[in-house]
Each structure stands twice: as structure tokens, then as C-alpha cells.
Design a protein around this ligand. Structure first.
Ligand SMILES: O=C(O)CCC(=O)C(=O)O
Ligand SMILES: [Fe+2]
Length: 202
């Protein structure tokens, strides 16, 4: 059983839908290249590469830490628009009457991971976080709203959706590992995660 408010919806996207979504993501990455985010204060580079689409994007660097901003930290351009394919997934799974403002695009190569954390840089926790997996499987871990709470590990596959909402909105979660060569979607392997969020109060 997953914690209250955490939903794992397996195989939401069939292979054709995954290919179509990937095409949209490739267009976004062509305009807003993946960059290497760094941890606040220490400046340690994260193993995941990132970009965003939508009016706001989540960024992090040594000097200014975790935040949302309207522009890409390297190109300084506005983030590309959120594609209709992502908007449709939000409206299907978020059960929230306002559109998402940010979609963080995470790219994990083999060996990349993401430590346990809460998504709490938003000024609005009423809306859920809707997260889509594409490409190689990963081991996803989710706990409760306190750092020490027990966690549960689940394997996510390409086309799966995770929703963190309600009581689960601030639950700790992270990605422990990528399982190489488990999906034919990305020619060179790796995993893409798309995390849609509402940032400001509606
Ligand atoms: O890659 C994932 O499935 C989770 C990503 C995540 O938790 C985040 O970007 O905040
Ligand atoms: Fe997260």
C-alpha cells in the first residue's frame, strides 16, 4: 500500500502516446537545452540534467538555491510553452481546476539518481504534483511528510504516472536507481521524468 495521497497509475500512456510526448519533449529541449543543476551552498552538481516548460521553471544553483523563475538559467530565454499533450495529462490526473505553471523535465542517465526530498518550493500546495516517466525503468521511493518516516519502493516504467496530492502532497520521495536497457523508447537509453506543478495560489 502506498501512503495516503500517493497514487501510482501504471501504463497511463501507451507506446504511441509515449512517442508523441517524447517528440514534444525533444522540441522543448532543442529550444531550452538540458543544463546541469547544482546544489545550494555547496555547488555540488546534481547527477540529473534539467530543463523546463511552462510559464515558470524550477531551477537551482550554488548562489541562489532552489527557486522558480520565468527564464532558462543559461540561455536567459523564457521557457517554452507547455505542450497540449502535457496539459491534457494534468487535466486527466490532477483533479484541480487550474492549469499547471511549471513542468520540470529531468533526464537521468544510467547511474543518475535523486535523493529523498519534498517538493515544497511552491506557494500553493492545494494542487497535486503530477509526474510522468518515460524511457528506462527506475526505482522510486516514497515516504511520509516527515524525513524519518518509513518509505516504500516501487518500480516505475515508461508511461507510468505518479500523483502526490492531498495528504501526500509533501511526502518525501526520490529516485534510487535507473534500470538500464529496460525500455526501447530512448535510443541511447536513460529516463525522462516530467513533473508538473502549480506554483502560485490560483
Ligand atoms: O524523477 C522522478 O520520478 C522524481 C523527480 C522529482 O521528484 C522532482 O523533480 O522533484
Ligand atoms: Fe520531487
Amino acid at each position: 500500500m502506498l501512503p495516503d495521497g500517493v497514487q501510482h497509475i501504471a501504463m497511463c500512456l501507451n507506446i504511441d502516446e509515449q512517442v508523441a510526448l517524447l517528440k514534444d519533449i525533444r522540441a522543448i529541449v532543442a529550444e531550452a537545452p538540458l543544463y546541469i543543476p547544482c546544489m545550494p551552498k555547496t555547488g555540488k552538481p546534481m547527477s540529473v540534467r534539467m530543463t523546463n516548460c511552462g510559464p515558470l521553471g524550477w531551477v537551482t544553483d550554488k548562489e541562489n538555491g532552489y527557486r522558480y523563475q520565468a527564464t532558462h538559467p543559461v540561455t536567459r530565454n523564457l521557457w517554452p510553452a507547455m505542450p497540449a499533450s502535457l496539459m491534457a495529462l494534468w487535466h486527466k490526473y490532477a483533479n484541480y481546476p487550474h492549469p499547471p505553471e511549471a513542468c520540470l523535465i529531468n533526464f537521468y542517465e544510467q547511474g543518475a539518481k535523486m535523493g529523498l526530498h519534498q517538493d515544497k518550493d511552491e506557494a500553493n500546495f492545494d494542487a497535486p504534483v503530477v509526474s510522468i516517466s518515460l524511457g528506462d525503468d527506475c526505482l522510486f521511493r516514497v515516504g511520509g511528510p516527515e524525513r524519518g518516516s518509513s518509505t516504500k519502493s516501487i518500480r516505475l516504467a515508461s508511461g507510468d504516472v505518479i500523483v502526490l496530492g492531498g495528504k501526500g502532497r509533501l511526502n518525501y520521495h526520490g529516485v534510487d536507481r535507473i534500470y538500464p536497457n529496460t525500455s526501447p523508447l530512448l535510443k541511447n537509453g536513460g529516463r525522462i521524468n516530467l513533473t508538473m506543478r502549480r506554483v502560485t495560489p490560483a
